[in-house]
Design a protein around this ligand. Structure first.
Ligand code: FAD
Length: 254
């Protein structure tokens, strides 16, 4: 059988696309035994799904690309889509300003299960290689899968325990695309053992103001086992250039 569309990756992107392809013969392929492994862990299990203040200005990288996406489907459109399908995220200002969280990530996964029921699923199936001759052939650890069109929605390189692989880069390279070397983003900061003077605070979380480059962030910070993390630190990691970071631990005591 030749599918109209094969989607590598049953994560947020692949699933969302599959919901929009109701009239086509679609298959979703994923290494994991079920869909949405990252959705499940996102937002500490409560899926921080969008933000009140989404704008292309808040993204790094190609702003035009993001702008084009948001013009077609922005945060309001996403919330409408979710509400229509029985998921009602609520604003949770205390964690990050303007963030919408769900009651549980499972709500989102169940929604995707319902809305992609028209697809064939190939779980526990890892794509190793893709070739193209009149149609795409996907070579996997099981049987090859054939499709007229291929969508690579296999996510980033991090969290291999949740299924991440380099397949998107391998396919892009093979089909002649240029690849920019990826850099870590949205990561915590670790410190060397001898610098770990705040070890005893591990587990403590508090609201801070953080200054990095010419940006200021206001959100919670978490002292972790080997450094610091939490939303404010993850955001700062996008801008940090091996320079100083300033943290105001008492932002409301001026
Ligand atoms: C701990 C954690 C917390 C997070 N919290 C939030 C949050 O609160 N809010 C938020 O917006 N984002 C959050 N994120 C980020 C968010 O989860 C991801 O940005 C999002 O899930 C990415 O979706 P995706 O579909 O692009 O990729 P993924 O969700 O990574 O989906 C890609 C899928 O492709 C599959 N795959 C990869 N390679 C192959 C292969 N060779 N063959 C077959 N299948 C393959 C993988 O198994 C995976 O299921 C969090 C991420 C993590 C890890």
């Amino acid at each position: 059988m030749v599918y109209d569309v094969a989607i590598i990756g049953a994560g947020a992107s692949g699933l969302m696309l599959a919901t929009q392809l109701k009239d086509l013969n679609v298959c979703l392929i994923d290494t994991n035994e079920t869909m949405g492994a990252k959705i499940k862990v996102s937002g500490g299990g409560k899926c921080n799904i969008t933000n009140k203040y989404v704008s292309s200005e808040h993204y790094l990288g190609c702003k035009e690309f993001v702008q084009n996406v948001l013009e077609n489907f922005d945060n309001r459109a996403l919330l409408k889509f979710l509400n229509q399908n029985g998921v009602e995220p609520k604003i949770h200002e205390k964690i990050i300003k303007g963030t919408y969280f769900c009651n549980s990530s499972n709500e989102v996964i169940s929604m995707f299960k319902r809305l992609t029921a028209h697809c064939d699923y190939f779980f526990n199936t890892k794509v190793h290689e893709v070739t193209f001759k009149n149609e795409f052939t996907l070579y996997t650890n099981k049987q090859p899968i054939k499709a007229k069109r291929l969508v690579v929605a296999s996510g980033g390189l991090s969290y291999s325990t949740l299924g991440a692989s380099s397949i998107a880069f391998d396919i892009a390279k093979k089909f002649g695309h240029t690849i920019k070397t990826p850099v870590p983003a949205l990561v915590g900061f670790t410190v060397q053992k001898e610098q770990f003077w705040f070890k005893n605070l591990s587990g403590v979380s508090l609201l801070v103001h953080l200054f990095v480059e010419n940006k200021t962030f206001e959100a919670s910070m978490l002292f972790a086992h080997k450094g610091c993390s939490g939303p404010v630190i993850l955001n700062a990691s996008l801008y940090w250039q091996k320079g100083l970071i300033g943290i105001d631990f008492l932002p409301n005591k001026k």
